[in-house]
Structure formats: structure tokens, C-alpha cells
Design a protein around this ligand. Structure first.
Ligand code: CU
Length: 296
């Protein structure tokens, strides 16, 4: 159930309890709405942002729903523990209990504080494993991009198109209007909108990590090993920003990720020029090994 549906159900339940509690819940819900809305629109971090970036695609939506569910659970647990602490502090204070109780066992409570946490964990495990297995299934993707982490830039290879290019951050002095400091790159990874993309992620020197929050992808880029992930790029022209998320050296903070989702015809036009500009100059063996990896 999406988060908004949770809130709606909660309001409906509280309506029975009485008008004053309904007002409190409505006020809290609208506050949450304001907080969520302030972070919307761009798939990039915002100043004073609260909460996650707006989710893009099915994986990110599931991850956000799981996060929202866990937020409710963890808040309830924290409030419960706080209430217990306050109760114990007041009820069993030294002034009221000059002679301390010697109680050391209580079978019922011991069973409860074992069984209830287990039930909560099992309840969390179900949506958590559902999401894990969903992200693990990459069989029916539309295209493949190989991502290589380097000190300190990314390289994107489209094995089926025979193109490969490096992607460097735009220096502050060279920023054009509309570009974002520390996030814009010279050659973004261009993808067609509404596409499922398999990512083959590897590294060429040290460990990096390919992290795009709005698409809910964070995968290590290891040397000599290819990690697999997929992203579900939604319909709509949008630029998704991310960064290397594994401390990889001096310029770790300066190797951002920019993924530009464009309409299909715009992508085809980009591909035409890219094929001339970024034609892959690779031995056939490397190329066919890549194609083999992308076919599996
Ligand atoms: Cu890095």
C-alpha cells in the first residue's frame, strides 16, 4: 500500500475516535505533505531538503514505500520505549520506593519481549525481501549500459551501439546557465525515457560506487569484477543526478553522475552523433565478451 493510502486509512480510523484527534492527524498529514512537496520536481538534492528524493521508477517507488513503512514502525517503537522509560523513572523512583524490589524474573514479560520483536522483524522482512528479489530480477531489460568507475570520472559504454565515452564533472568556472555545481557533467549518460536498463558496473583503479538516489540504485564498482543492477527510467524528460558513494581518493567528491532521460526520437538523434563521436575502439574480443555479458 502506498504511503498516501496509509495516511488516508489512518485518518478514516481516527474519524471514529473523535473530531479533535482527526484535526491533529490532518495537521500532521498536511505538514508531512508540505515537507514532501518541498523536495519534489528535480531528481537532485535540494537545499534544506527533508526526506528522500522523489522516487523515479518502480524500484524507487517500492524503496520509498518501504522507507515510509519503516519510519512509522521505528517512530512507534521509539515513542513506546520513551513512554516506558518515563513511566519507570516516575513510578519506581527512589523517593517512592525506599526499599527496592528484588524481582529478577517475569516469565510472561520475557516471552512477550522476545516474541513481539520477532513478529515485528518478520513483518519488516516480508516487504524487504519482496523489494530485494524485485531488484535482483533483471531478465527483461530493454538495453544495456556498462558503467566504469575511474579516478575520478565515470565511463559509459553502450555495447550494443558500439559507443564508449568518459563523463567528467563541469568545473565551477565553466558552468553554463541551467547547470548545477558539483553535479553537472560534460557528457551525461543519455537514455530513452520509459526504459528498463541493465547496468554492468565495474571499476578500473580503486573501489567506487554508482549511486543515483532518485532511481534507488547504489552498486559498488569493483576492479576486475562486474556487478549487475537495473534501473527503471520512467516516462518523461528528466535529469537524474547522483555521485560516487565510496570514498575513492582526492577527487571523490568531484565525479558526479548525470543521467539524462529524453524522448525516444531525441535519443535516436543523440545516438547518431554519439556513434560518430564516441565510436568504440576496442579489440573484437573485448567487445564480444561485453555483448556476451549483456546477453546473460
Ligand atoms: Cu569514486
Amino acid at each position: 500500500m502506498p504511503f498516501t493510502a496509509y495516511v488516508r486509512t489512518a485518518i478514516a480510523r481516527v474519524t471514529i475516535a473523535g473530531p479533535s484527534s482527526k484535526f491533529i492527524i490532518l495537521a500532521l498529514a498536511s505538514l508531512a505533505g508540505v515537507m514532501l512537496a518541498s523536495a519534489s520536481h528535480a531528481a537532485a538534492p535540494q537545499p534544506w531538503q527533508l526526506n528522500l528524493q522523489p522516487p523515479a521508477g518502480s524500484i524507487a517507488e517500492m524503496a520509498t514505500d518501504l522507507h515510509n513503512l519503516l519510519l512509522v514502525v521505528i517512530t512507534a517503537i521509539s515513542l513506546f520505549v520513551l513512554a516506558l522509560l518515563i513511566y519507570v523513572g516516575v513510578r519506581f523512583r527512589a523517593a517512592r520506593n525506599p526499599k527496592a524490589s528484588q524481582t529478577s524474573h517475569h516469565t510472561v514479560i520475557e516471552i512477550l519481549w522476545t516474541v513481539i520483536p520477532v513478529l515485528i522483524l518478520v513483518g519488516i522482512a516480508v516487504p524487504s525481501f519482496r523489494l530485494l528479489y524485485y531488484t535482483d530480477r533483471t531478465a527483461d531489460t530493454d538495453m544495456v549500459i556498462k558503467v566504469s568507475g575511474n579516478q575520478w570520472y565515470w565511463n559509459y559504454t553502450y555495447p550494443d551501439e558500439g559507443i564508449t565515452f568518459d563523463s567528467y564533472m563541469v568545473d565551477e568556472a565553466d558552468l553554463q546557465p541551467g547547470q548545477t555545481r558539483l553535479l553537472s557533467v560534460d557528457y551525461p549518460m543519455v537514455v530513452p525515457e520509459g526504459t528498463r536498463i541493465k547496468l554492468l558496473i565495474t571499476g578500473n583503479d580503486v573501489m567506487h560506487s554508482f549511486f543515483v538516489p532518485s532511481l534507488a540504485v547504489q552498486i559498488y564498482a569493483f576492479i576486475g569484477r562486474t556487478n549487475e543492477a537495473w534501473i527503471d527510467v520512467p516516462v518523461g524528460t528528466q535529469t537524474y543526478y547522483g555521485q560516487c558513494n565510496q570514498i575513492c581518493g582526492t577527487n571523490h567528491a568531484y565525479m558526479p553522475i548525470e543521467i539524462k532521460a529524453v524522448p525516444k526520437d531525441e535519443y535516436a538523434a543523440w545516438l547518431e552523433t554519439a556513434k560518430q563521436e564516441f565510436a568504440m575502439d576496442m579489440p573484437d574480443a573485448t567487445n564480444s565478451a561485453l555483448k556476451l555479458a549483456s546477453a546473460n
